[in-house]
Design a protein around this ligand. Sequence first.
Ligand code: GLN
Length: 528
Amino acid sequence: MKIIFVTGWVLSGIGKGIAAASIGTILKGMWYKVFCQKFDGYLNVDPGTMNPTQHGEVFVTEDGAETDLDLGHYERFLDTNLSRLSSFTSGKLYEEMIMKERRWDYLGGTVQIVPHLTDLVKEKIRTGFETSGADISIIEIGGTIGDMENEYILETARQVQHDLDPQDVIFVHVALLPFLMASKELKSKPIQHSIRTLMWYGINPDFLIVRADTDIPADMMGKIARATGLREGHVISSPTLDSIYRVPLTYDDMGVGQKIVRSLWMKESVSDLSSWKTLMENIDTSMDILCIGMIGKYVWLEDAYFSVNEWLKSAGFAHKKRVKLRFIEAEDIEIKWKKVLEWLDGICIPWGFGNRGIEGMILAAKYAREMKIPYLGICLGSQIMAIEFARNILGIADASSEEFTPNGEHNIIHIMEHQKGLTSKWGNMRLGSYPCIIRDGTLAKKLYGTNTITERHRHRFEFNPLYREEMEKAGFVVSATSPDGTLAEIVELRNHPYMIATQAHPEFASRPTRPHPLFMGFVKAMVK
Ligand code: GLN
């Protein structure tokens, strides 16, 4: 096994995931098969139950695992589909260990964090590596070193290095170099302390990625190398850039990939990053600005919609347009809707749960329909589109969803009969990839160019087929369904330049170098 452990220091959100994904991208460009895994210390079994405003987006894999948004970085950067083998939380590991204990798998032994939990982590690392057929595993340790809940993961990493040969395991440490506004200087002391903390865990980092919001002068890099004892070429400067997709290219310019494979005693070569260079050229030459209103309910934390945002921006760049996302709190629209919506080029209603802000979203959908403004709905956005149509075209004033009006008389969106019995809050979600059939002669068919697709899902409620015939007669089109025809997967409007919505989450399968057709069409419609 060849393993790169990635740790982080001082606070989360400094781009540890992006750094890890960028290293993976360069290694992939050298034709190595790279596998990524993330271990998080928190006790939720997965982030599915967490409020997006606390933890950012919940990323869903093909096989239906609800994971950390860093998995999205790995999928997008490495252009690969990951699975539940890539994402573990302390909650999930403890759950498995305690179930084993209850089954008497430990044969009466005392069950402890070391060795039982650490062995379980090792088992996950090995299974991930072997099942994926990878040459190299990149393993990100969530949170920051020194967190109480992550200590056993660091201990496992130390043991893994001890179990394998020294050239098979390296540590990359990503740390923040703070800038003090008052004295206008970068301060390296926290980084020095972080190296000491790592050493306390028995870990000597091989590479240090220094993150700062400003450029980092060369003498500061030298000072950090001296103070931490790392080789100078192994201390990598990583200032904040205008686009996260530039990171692999700047690391590559510094020879990071070659240095890493040399440390792992693997063959080095030039990394083929041509698709990234094309992407950056598109970004650099994109001039005109398109303004998209993201009408959602977790808008104060943009990370909550991370994949949607990335997806919207990449499709913009593919059209040489800079997409400016205006995050609009759906509740605000209920008060001053016209002023907010008037100057948007397109309206996107992303996913969401619960009824806060729903009326604002319905107003925005009505405005898009009437004013013929391009509209794209994602999951909740498709349910909103159906409710708005039923209310204002069919005249069903109380049209709603069972999620918002459980006892409502006209629930255009409802929960399927067979899902009702499931009691666990998360047991009744449709999660992961599902096939879907697109009807000929629809906008969806034109965009996808095929009749059979699969898309990832994460939702509980569905379009109620009782209303389908009446709605279709009035110009609402169910353009794609589940293979048995029962579930509406994509809906669109007949007399509108671009009003389309999907029950799925295509943002999870979109790649910066290959944006998704639904969004490519959205940008094209806005340009027109
Ligand atoms: N709350 C809706 C449902 O559960 C939509 C979910 C979503 O947007 N992902 O069906």
